[in-house]
Design a protein around this ligand. Structure first.
Ligand SMILES: [Zn+2]
Length: 471
């Protein structure tokens, strides 16, 4: 409705320009309608970054001077929600403006592939933008299908994680170097550049210049945690996170903060370079993370991908664009809003068949904030976030498999409601209204089929073989 009016306004503008071109061309006259210069667009996503670990979101340690500078010149969304709490699904929501059950990656991480849905990069590229992506996580490897629309998709991941040889990654310095080199050699077209930083993802191994930057804050009652042989993080340290037998959670939290500080340093370099080549008036920057990380909430430590509660679903979202009023906003926004927002800020028409809304018109006071719920969805567990809290639905897959699809399930999903505000613990509250239940149910009942990912590239298989992970 609100988004609808902004879409039709934009349509009308587009129509007026086309009409002008048609009339003048038929009269043999060139159309002199001034062409708005297209801004350069930089999208930064950081893996596994909780909003509340950044200064701009109230963290007391100096983890994020560069991100905080960006925040001070832009719009900070306090209630931004991730599409999922795992990497490939969340990025698919960012790139397509569809929720987890509306794109073909669905709720699988690494096993499925994006297909058949137009991406943000495809539209920019079709409209004459130079496009490039630099990613640092194997879950964003081109076999996942997020490379569509990018003229350059750099997913070269030279290193293996400390505890998992098959999990290739690239650290911030190397990713930034590649992105800066591309910026230097770009052609004259406006560009859409996506840079993904992997560093806060576990294991928390900041490089030497950042390790030890913060002192662990020992709680006198701190109990050492067991090191688990699984990745769940339930009441212990997940196997992939283990740092040399260390068992105090405060040390892990400190190393996590140092990884953020390290990524922030390189994000600062990237933004400085963008600002050196284009003024504020010519560039749009969007900054977010793909999901958060549990740091002991509900007994889950140093892990993600298992719940849709705010520890894993609440993400930072900062926008800097010409003409946007700076400041902090409390509307509930979501990854699905990024695609329409960036297209709108660059002056392009927003597609109809998407789930997000363009935030620019709301920020400029041209349309009222939306009244809606947004979904963080893991498949088996989803949470629908609104202005005061969220409704969590569990056991969805079990209910589905028991006959939910044909209307006669033998098992019902579990429903629970919570009050939540950023920076606070969530509190269970009574009662979920029937309308909200209907809306949420109609969302999760209409899952589109997931599509299996392609085989890993030969180079990747060769490396896996060298490490003993592949036949
Ligand atoms: Zn991730």
């Amino acid at each position: 409705m609100n988004a609808g009016s902004s879409i039709s306004n934009r349509r009308l503008q587009g129509f007026a320009i086309r009409l002008c071109a048609l009339v003048l061309a038929s009269a043999g006259i060139g159309c002199n309608a001034p062409e708005r210069p297209r801004p350069n667009v930089l999208l930064i996503t950081v893996d596994t970054l909780r909003a509340d670990r950044l200064g701009a979101y109230g963290f007391e340690r100096n983890t994020s001077p560069a991100i905080d500078r960006l925040a001070s010149r832009g719009v900070v969304f306090e209630r931004a929600i991730a599409g999922a709490s795992f990497t490939s699904g969340s990025h698919a929501s960012i790139m397509t403006s569809r929720y987890t059950r509306e794109h073909t990656i669905g709720y699988m991480n690494g096993g499925t592939r994006l297909e058949g849905i137009t991406t943000l990069a495809e539209i920019f590229n079709r409209e004459g933008y130079q496009t490039a992506a630099f990613v640092g996580n194997i879950m964003l490897d081109r076999r996942i299908g997020l490379d569509r629309g990018f003229e350059v998709y750099d997913d070269e991941l030279p290193q293996a994680e400390q505890n998992r040889g098959f999990a290739f990654e690239r650290i911030a310095e190397k990713t930034t170097e590649r992105a800066l080199l591309w910026l230097k050699n770009r052609d004259g077209r406006p560009f859409f550049l996506w840079v993904h930083y992997q560093d806060p993802h576990g294991p928390y191994t900041p490089p030497p210049a950042f390790k030890g930057r913060f002192r662990p804050e020992f709680d006198p009652d701190e109990e050492p945690l067991p090191i688990l042989d699984t990745v769940t993080g339930l009441n212990g340290i997940p196997s992939y996170q283990e740092l040399d037998g260390i068992r105090q959670p405060s040390i892990y939290e400190t190393r996590y903060a140092e990884e953020i500080a390290y990524a922030d340093h390189w994000i600062g370099e990237l933004i400085s370079q963008l600002d050196a080549i284009s003024s504020d008036a010519e560039s749009v920057i969007a900054f977010t993370s793909d999901h958060g990380e549990s740091l002991g909430e509900a007994g889950i430590y140093f892990s993600h991908g298992s719940t849709t509660t705010p520890d894993q679903a609440h993400v930072p979202l900062i926008l800097r664009a010409p003409g946007l009023p700076q400041g902090r906003r409390i509307e509930t926004v979501h990854h699905v809003d990024l695609m329409p927002t960036l297209l709108d800020l660059a002056g392009f028409e927003v597609p109809d068949d998407i789930s997000g809304i363009a935030l620019g018109p709301i920020l400029r006071g041209e349309s009222p904030p939306p009244n809606r719920m947004v979904y963080c969805d893991e498949g088996f567990d989803l949470s629908a976030y609104g202005p005061d809290g969220f409704v969590r639905v569990g056991d969805i897959l079990a209910a589905w498999n028991s006959g939910e699809a044909n209307g006669s399930p033998t098992m019902a999903p579990r429903w629970a409601a919570y009050r939540w505000a950023p920076g606070e613990d969530w509190q269970a509250v009574d009662g979920i209204d029937a309308d909200s239940k209907d809306v949420i149910r109609s969302y999760f009942r209409h899952a589109i089929p997931m599509v299996e990912a392609r085989e890993p590239s030969e180079l990747r298989v060769e490396r896996l073989r060298a490490l003993g992970y592949a036949e």
